[in-house]
Structure formats: structure tokens, C-alpha cells
Ligand binder design. Structure first.
Ligand SMILES: [Zn+2]
Length: 552
């Protein structure tokens, strides 16, 4: 706790304690009666505890600035405009695709227009999969009757040779020994992959907000909120192994197209093949909605032949790196201007839809937060830097690359010069929902600070502080090297049905929530840039001693 207090105040408090000791006169001390003694003890205790108590009082939140941030962010917002350009206009932004590059160029130009400084697109990491664009996708059933349906190609899979027409083969395989039955039967065919997914009617509302009881649970629990499903890892790894065997078999046999069930998604899911640039192009592959998959499966099981026509054209090209787009408002304090408060979100998306909730929403909130501060002509003591990360969906590549480039050597683990100038990171990547509080990422030292920072937003529904961590996105890159990186607690809204599917479009965005989030992000990074000390990192613990018995 001490680490996050105002140093000067601490010194002043220590001085008060020393003065108190000087005023005690030891020879006369025995004459002091019990009443006086207890008063002195109380005063002494107060002075000892004052630095702790004052920790939460010392944030000196500038309420007039918070007022101005709220006014600018809620009444003069650019959120709708930014959201339109990044989703409808730019389109999907799969890592390494033309759309990803278009998005990066747009973001750079927008940052320059908004007056941010040191704006750049910089390579963060090598990208082994390379560039991939979908140029054409068409799929329809032609027998027993004509019907078209929505579908999404699997990224980094190949093209069909023109239009493929013919029988659909249901690959009814439960283990690799069943594959023998299909030898010589799938060459040039459209193959329906085995699936155990069934459609469950949902009685849940499409969108939801966190209730007071749920927020209380989050604030008191230590487990991650998004990891509640009863995943059977043994089954999953067995299914994965079978899929690899099937892929090998279909490759050898020369299937023309592979069709996957999108599982519980009744819209096509967007996924990607584990492809390495320069390798042989995988067989053309489509994800189709559960309902369309199941209709074909039932027809085939009833011995009704199903015919389809499919045409897919994809383009593979060189795209050897993941890029981040970076801009900043430079610091102005002589001593602190080289310290950096970072805010960010990933700009890459999957290729279905326009990556709106995941994660144009985070990008426009971060851009808008910095626009607000720029527009208010603030003079931040520390530099405030925004980063739109690339390659998050394939493993946090952009943010990990940034850490490797500026903060910690990936091989030696030695700290780079910017490590000690890192003053905190704020991330958004849980959809379009309103901020309801913040996760401390198990860093108890920031509790009194965040409590103070969120006070002006309590009446707007944002006051929950949760000790636990939240996983799965770019703040982890900083947390992993012992730096303070955080994510906010967000209402889920329609995240479940929207993300990673063709439905992740502008419609998934709740503009009022995004404006709210931009205001709180702006205020948080402003506070982090203005306070005397950097946000405290978690104390470093000694590594656990080796407990395994030593071999003689
Ligand atoms: Zn995301």
C-alpha cells in the first residue's frame, strides 16, 4: 500500500511521528495519568496509521477535469463515426489480410487527423501464417430442391477448382478405424464432417446486463467470469486427434470441399486453419450453420441424396509480420514525460462480419478516449499512448511483440530501459457492453486507487472492484512480465451470439455503452498520467523452492 501513496505526504507523516517523539519528555512520563496515556496512544496510533488511511484519500481526483471529460465524451462523442468507418467501411480485419492492412492505414490516418503525436504502424512480430483473403464464396443445395445458405470459409484454407457440383458425402466416422469405409469414396466430393453438436433451444434473453447480485459475486470471487463451462478436456483432445486423422485421410483421398457444423452457433462461425506460409494449400473448407448442417445430415441418414454446388476462391500472399498502430499525447512533466500510460485494444478480427464487438468496439473506445483528452487540451505529466494491436486472435501477437520490443527481452528475460518507465495499461476486449467496474488482476495494491478513480462513476453504474484476474486478451502480455495491466468488467450484452461469427457487425454495438466506456477510459488514463507515482506492480515474489526429491 505504501508503494502507491504520495511520497511527499508519506515523508510529511513520518516527520509528524518524529516530532511527536521529540515532544515526549521521558523523565516526566511516569506522571502522565492513564487518561492522558490512552489519548497519546490513540494519537500515536492515528499518526502511525495515517499514511495507510491517506492512501485512499490521496488520489486527488480532479473533479473539474472529470466533469469536462464527461461533457466531451457524452455530449460531443465521435463514437458512432469511428465505429462506422472501422466496421462498415473497413470491413473484416483478419490478421495478415488486405482488410487488416486497410484497417491499420485508416487508424493511422485517423490518429493523425485527431492530432495524436508519433503516429506509426510498426511491425510487432513475425507472422507464420501469412496473408489470406477470401475473394468469392458461394454454396447452395441443388437436390432434393434448391436452397442457398449462409456460410463462412475457414481462413487459410484453399480454393475449389471452379464450381464443384455433386453428391454430399456424410463422413460418419466415430474413430479413425471407421475411415476405411470411405476409402475411394470421397475423391472430388463435398464432404460433411462428423459432428456431435445438437441445437438447444435457448430460453435466455439474447442480451443481458450484469445484475447487482452478479456484480457482487464478481467482486467476491477469485475465478475468471468467462470460464464457467464444464469443458471435458479429454474428449476435446480425442476429438482433435480424430480431426487430424480425418484431415490427413481427406487430403490423401482428394476431397474437393469440407463442410463443418458451426456447433451451437446458428450463424456461421469464423475460424482459421493452422497453416504455415508457403505450405501446400489446405482443401477448401466452409463453416455452415447448425441448422443447415443438421438438415443435410438428416436427409442423408434417411437415404435422401443431397447434392450441392460450391465455389470458393481464396488468395494466399506474403504478409510476414503482425503490425500495431500507435499514437500518443506526449508527456509534459520534466521528470515524468518519458513514463508511459498505455491504453489499447486489438484491431484484428475474424473474417466473418466486420469484427464489431470483437474488437472494433475496444478500438473506437480507446481512440475516442484519447480524442477526448486531446480535445480538452490537457497537459499530461506522463505520455499517454494508444496501441491498436494486431494478431490478437492468433495468440496476442501484437501486444506480446510490443512487450518483447520495448519492455522485456524474450530470450534473456532482462528488462529493457522502458520497463521502469511503464506506468500502467488499460485494455478493452469483452464486446460492446458498458463498463461496470474493473478487475485488479490479483494486484491488491491498486484497490484504494481504483476505488477513488471510480467514485465519480458510481451513479453511472460503474463501481465494482474485483480482485480476480480476467483472461484471454492483451492485458495478459503485460501482466505476464509483472507490469500492471488491467481490463474493465463489462456487461455481456449480445457477446455470446455475436463474437467470431458473421453476425459480428455494427448492429452488435451499443453506442451509449461505448460512450460511457470512453469517458471512464479517458478519466482512468488521465489519472494514471497525472498522479505522483506510477501504478504499482504486484510485489515480486521469490520463486517457489524446488520441492521434488533430489535423485541420489
Ligand atoms: Zn477480441
Amino acid at each position: 500500500m505504501i508503494a502507491c501513496t504520495n511520497n511527499q505526504k508519506d515523508q510529511a507523516n513520518r516527520a509528524k511521528v518524529e516530532i511527536f517523539f521529540l515532544h515526549l519528555n521521558p523523565p516526566k512520563f511516569h506522571k502522565i495519568n492513564q487518561m492522558k496515556l490512552s489519548k497519546i496512544s490513540a494519537a500515536f496510533l492515528f499518526l502511525l496509521l495515517f499514511p495507510l488511511w491517506s492512501t485512499s484519500q490521496n488520489e486527488n481526483t480532479d473533479l473539474s477535469m472529470i466533469y469536462r471529460i464527461k461533457q466531451e465524451g457524452l455530449k460531443n462523442s465521435s463514437i458512432e463515426d469511428l465505429a462506422f468507418w472501422l466496421t462498415d467501411f473497413i470491413g473484416p480485419r483478419l490478421t495478415g489480410s488486405t482488410g487488416n492492412n486497410r484497417g491499420n492505414e485508416w487508424a493511422k490516418k485517423k490518429m493523425e487527423e485527431l492530432g495524436f503525436q508519433n503516429v506509426r504502424i510498426e511491425a510487432a512480430r513475425d507472422f507464420s501464417r501469412g496473408g489470406w483473403d477470401n475473394l468469392k464464396t458461394y454454396a447452395a443445395i441443388t437436390a432434393p430442391y434448391y436452397t442457398n445458405f449462409a456460410c463462412n470459409p475457414v481462413a487459410w484454407t484453399g480454393s475449389t477448382k471452379g464450381i464443384v457440383k455433386g453428391d454430399v458425402v456424410l463422413l460418419d466416422v466415430k474413430s479413425d478405424s471407421d475411415l476405411v469405409k470411405f476409402k475411394g469414396k470421397v475423391s472430388g466430393k463435398i464432404v460433411l464432417m462428423p459432428s456431435t453438436a445438437t441445437y438447444e433451444i435457448s430460453y435466455e434473453p439474447l442480451a443481458s446486463r450484469l445484475t447487482d447480485a452478479q456484480l457482487k459475486d464478481i467482486s467476491m470471487s477469485t475465478t475468471s467470469p468467462r470460464r464457467r463451462s464444464n469443458v471435458d478436456f479429454a474428449t476435446i483432445s480425442a476429438q482433435r486427434a480424430l480431426r487430424l486423422k480425418i484431415a490427413e485421410f481427406l487430403n490423401v483421398e482428394g476431397a474437393a470441399v469440407i463442410l463443418n457444423n458451426s456447433g451451437s452457433y446458428n450463424v456461421p462461425r469464423s475460424t482459421g486453419a493452422n497453416y504455415t506460409s508457403g505450405a501446400k494449400e489446405p482443401i477448401a473448407e466452409l463453416n455452415i450453420p447448425n441448422e443447415d448442417y443438421s438438415r443435410m445430415e438428416r436427409l442423408i441418414r434417411h437415404k435422401v441424396p443431397v447434392e450441392m454446388e460450391v465455389e470458393i476462391q481464396n488468395k494466399f500472399f506474403d504478409s510476414p509480420a503482425v503490425f500495431n498502430v500507435i499514437g500518443e499525447l506526449p508527456g509534459t512533466d520534466k521528470l515524468l514525460k518519458n513514463e508511459v500510460v498505455l491504453l489499447g485494444a486489438h484491431i484484428d478480427s475474424w473474417h466473418g462480419g466486420t469484427g464489431a464487438a470483437d474488437n472494433a468496439s475496444g478500438c473506437v473506445v480507446m481512440l475516442e478516449a484519447l480524442r477526448i483528452l486531446k480535445n480538452l487540451d490537457i497537459a499530461p505529466r506522463r505520455t499517454i499512448r494508444v496501441a491498436l494491436w494486431g494478431g490478437e486472435e492468433q495468440g496476442l501477437n501484437g501486444s506480446r511483440g510490443y512487450v518483447e520490443k520495448y519492455l522485456v527481452d524474450p530470450k534473456t528475460k532482462e528488462h529493457k530501459p522502458d520497463f521502469d518507465k511503464f506506468a500502467g495499461y488499460f485494455n478493452m476486449d469483452n464486446g460492446s457492453g458498458k463498463y461496470r467496474g474493473i478487475y485488479m488482476q490479483e494486484n491488491e495494491l491498486v484497490r484504494p486507487i481504483f476505488e477513488e478513480w471510480l467514485k465519480p462513476f458510481a451513479d453511472m453504474g460503474t463501481s465494482t472492484i474485483a480482485l480476480r484476474n480476467t483472461s484471454g486478451t492483451d492485458h495478459l502480455s503485460f501482466d505476464a512480465v509483472g507490469l500492471p495491466g488491467f481490463q474493465f468488467i463489462q456487461d455481456e450484452i449480445e457477446y455470446g451470439r455475436g463474437y467470431h461469427t458473421t453476425m459480428d457487425t455494427y448492429e452488435r454495438l451499443v453506442m451509449a455503452d461505448l460512450k460511457h466506456n470512453a469517458v471512464i477510459t479517458a478519466s482512468s488514463v488521465y489519472n494514471a498520467a497525472m498522479r505522483n507515482a506510477k501504478l504499482p506492480a504486484k510485489p515480486v515474489m521469490k520463486p517457489k523452492p524446488e520441492t521434488a526429491p533430489k535423485l541420489p
